[in-house]
Design a protein around this ligand. Structure first.
Ligand SMILES: NC(=O)c1ccc[n+]([C@@H]2O[C@H](COP(=O)([O-])OP(=O)(O)OC[C@H]3O[C@@H](n4cnc5c(N)ncnc54)[C@H](O)[C@@H]3O)[C@@H](O)[C@H]2O)c1
Length: 352
């Protein structure tokens, strides 16, 4: 029987650090929709080491990677501060881009990426991979189609900044580390409040928009207890509802991430596991009409593989990327609004 699957998307990886090794490279190996062509990292130790492990090409520069005509798309797993410039460079070289979250470090940079996406007509997908968790997908659809307008939403993201050794030992593949890269990147994360809000807010605010739409305004307070950071905030929703969000890093408890929505005709709860367990979120959908609570079970659940499949599908078919650069920009807008609000002691900021 002829194979009706589209040709695998030929992918290069930019940045061979932790998330590339833990999530993106294994996802490419598992996926039938993508094929690894090569990798570039400024660290020769990492790019050569990863290329050896994955039996692929090591490029000495981004230009060398972009000059390879076999490469159709680039997965950008470099630090946040390079996301915008690298995305634009890849687009100008005619490559589609899956860029890790956040889309960019600032709203102004995000706008340049959205413009480049529109100018080139190429696909830009942001690595907010939770949208591809089948539990989240099911719940987001049920939110749109079954529970009516949202009256009240509560979202929580209570996580560890660095993982416990036992968690890494259980779930992570062997990860190559270049100590010089680690030292340099830790120095860039020295402003812990700004770093944590950007890196975790990118997920929180993408989830908020995915379920509740773009809020019209937002306010937040921030506090620091020892070196742990806590944000509590509120958002006004388009249909008059209200949302509350909470981010804690480090939490001295199990990883805990999720949301509860109360709508006109039902309610939804989503509990999302620590991402590298590669399991789907646990979802409960209560429908007031039937008074039945549904708890679906899912099969293929690796969100990093599923986001790659969706990216390849968007490139091959022209289907919309999810989330795209515009969604990435809106998440950065909410991160910046949160910062403005907390700096002013919790004032409301218009966001749409
Ligand atoms: N979606 C998720 O679940 C998730 C999880 C963790 C990290 N991330 C994101 O992934 C990105 C990378 O995070 P990480 O934890 O892997 O960091 P990391 O520091 O472990 O890896 C980043 C790598 O990029 C390389 N690099 C530095 N400058 C570069 C450049 N100009 N071009 C290409 N590569 C360059 C570094 O040498 C390093 O090897 C961040 O943007 C982060 O927010 C996403």
């Amino acid at each position: 029987m002829p194979n009706s699957l589209p040709e695998p998307l030929r992918v290069g990886i930019l940045g061979a650090g932790r998330i590339a090794q833990v999530a993106h490279l294994p996802a490419i190996l598992h996926s039938r929709s993508a094929e690894l062509i090569g990798v570039h990292d400024p660290s020769a130790f990492l790019r050569d080491g990863v290329a050896r492990l994955y039996e692929t090409t090591s490029y000495g520069s981004l230009h060398a990677l972009l000059d390879d005509p076999r490469i159709e798309a680039v997965v950008i797993a470099a630090p946040d501060r390079f996301h915008a410039s690298a995305t634009i460079e890849c687009l100008r070289a005619g490559k589609h881009v899956l860029v890790e979250k956040p889309l960019a470090s600032t709203l102004a940079e995000s706008e340049t990426v959205v413009q480049a996406m529109r100018d080139t007509g190429l696909v830009v997908q942001v690595g907010a991979m939770k949208r591809h968790d089948p539990g989240v997908r099911f719940a987001a659809r049920a939110t749109r189609e079954r529970i009516g307008r949202i009256q009240s939403a509560s979202l929580w993201y209570r996580v560890m900044g660095s993982l416990r050794p036992s968690t890494e030992a259980t779930y992570f593949p062997r990860v190559l580390v270049d100590p010089a890269v680690r030292t340099r990147e830790n120095a860039h994360r020295a402003n812990r409040e700004a770093y944590l809000l950007a890196t975790h807010g990118a997920h929180m605010f993408d989830t908020l928009r995915n379920f509740c739409g773009t809020p019209t305004s937002i306010m937040a307070r921030h506090t620091e207890v020892n070196s742990d950071h806590v944000w509590h905030g509120m958002a006004t929703l388009n249909d008059n509802g209200l949302a509350h969000f909470e981010i804690i890093v480090d939490v001295h408890a199990e990883w805990s991430e999720g949301l509860t929505l109360f709508g006109e005709r039902g309610s939804i709860t989503v509990r999302t596991p620590f991402p590298v367990t590669l399991q789907a979120s646990c979802v409960e959908v209560f429908d007031e009409a039937t008074r039945i609570t549904e708890r679906p079970v899912f099969g293929d659940t690796n969100p990093y593989k599923l986001q790659l499949d969706a990216f390849a599908h968007a490139v091959r078919t022209g289907a919309p990327a999810e989330p795209d650069a515009f969604d990435g920009l809106e998440a950065v807008r909410l991160i910046e609004a949160t910062k403005v609000s907390t700096d002013a002691g919790g004032v409301w900021i218009e966001t749409s």
